[in-house]
Design a protein around this ligand. Structure first.
Ligand SMILES: C[S@@+](CC[C@H](N)C(=O)[O-])C[C@H]1O[C@@H](n2cnc3c(N)ncnc32)[C@H](O)[C@@H]1O
Length: 263
């Protein structure tokens, strides 16, 4: 991984993945830092989407202009003056746009800050060290930059190559009513409902990560979806339970009834 962003699933993906069904094609409509994608074994085919143009530009730049990106990363210093400039100014060249996005995301507080946040594990060296593995992981992936509601419409499923039965959608959206720092429009209850409706209507195995927010659980139950408790997560302000909502049952949670929360 090269991008540091709030909401990254890297730390808990190992707890979630056992509940994923077998699949040849994985669709991730909310790719973000790719914490889930880069931490799991790669399926045969992947479709990765994010509405944030900076996220998509970064990964396309790694794929198409890796050497130029590395050159600029080496050249450009991490310093307060530059962060202050980039906080107010965009870049137009795609390589510099990727450098700006990486630096602001990785080296300032929550990616929105304005002064440099120094950390031992969070250095330019780490980006440079990981860039090749990101490049190789992204080979043969389709990358999209649309609203999540548009993703499935753009995929032509067939009965031979891309079968719905061989596909799996992992949705890791912004969590409802949690503070987020993404550049995309604020996440709403309607967005959550639209995700749940995709789970009901798509005809594809789907799983969605969320907290145990009452609205989310009630709406998931109304749609007869399965709710699996993953574990507690604590931040400075509170403690919340992470859940995985699925439109399928896995042998794991059929055999472990205690994993199902009954509300
Ligand atoms: C929680 S993050 C995904 C984290 C990712 N799974 C990871 O492990 O790094 C949510 C992502 O959804 C994207 N997003 C927000 N609204 C969206 C929308 N309407 N359509 C597509 N992507 C959206 C944000 O830009 C953000 O990158």
């Amino acid at each position: 991984m090269i991008l540091t962003r709030p909401g990254n699933k890297r730390k808990i993906v190992k707890k979630i993945a056992p509940f994923f069904p077998d699949h040849k094609l994985r669709i991730e409509p909310f790719f973000g830092a790719g914490g889930s994608f880069f931490s799991l074994p790669k399926p045969k085919y992947s479709i990765l989407n994010d509405l944030d143009g900076d996220v998509v530009n970064l990964y396309l730049t790694v794929l198409n202009k890796k050497e130029q990106l590395i050159e600029e990363l080496i050249k450009v210093p991490v310093c307060d003056g530059l962060m202050k400039y980039w906080y107010r100014h965009q870049e137009t060249d795609e390589v510099m746009k990727a450098v700006r996005f990486l630096f602001l995301s990785n080296f300032t507080y929550m990616g929105k800050g304005y002064t440099v946040r120094y950390g031992i594990d969070n250095s330019k060296r780490n980006i440079l060290k990981n860039i090749d593995s990101v490049f190789f992981s992204l080979q043969d992936c389709k990358i999209m930059n649309v609203d999540f509601r548009e993703v499935l419409k753009k995929i032509s499923f067939s009965s031979t190559v891309t079968r719905k039965s061989d596909s799996f959608i992992y949705m890791d959206p912004c969590y409802l009513e949690t503070e987020n720092f993404y550049k995309v429009p604020k996440w709403t209850k309607q967005d959550t409902l639209d995700c749940l409706d995709i789970m009901v209507d798509s005809g594809i195995n789907c799983a969605m990560s969320e907290f145990d927010h009452e609205f989310v659980l009630t709406e998931a139950k109304k749609r007869d979806l399965n709710i699996i408790e993953i574990g507690e997560r604590q931040n400075i302000n509170n403690r919340k339970t992470e859940v995985l909502i699925t439109n399928y049952y896995t042998s794991l949670n059929v055999n472990n009834e205690q994993l199902k929360i009954n509300y």
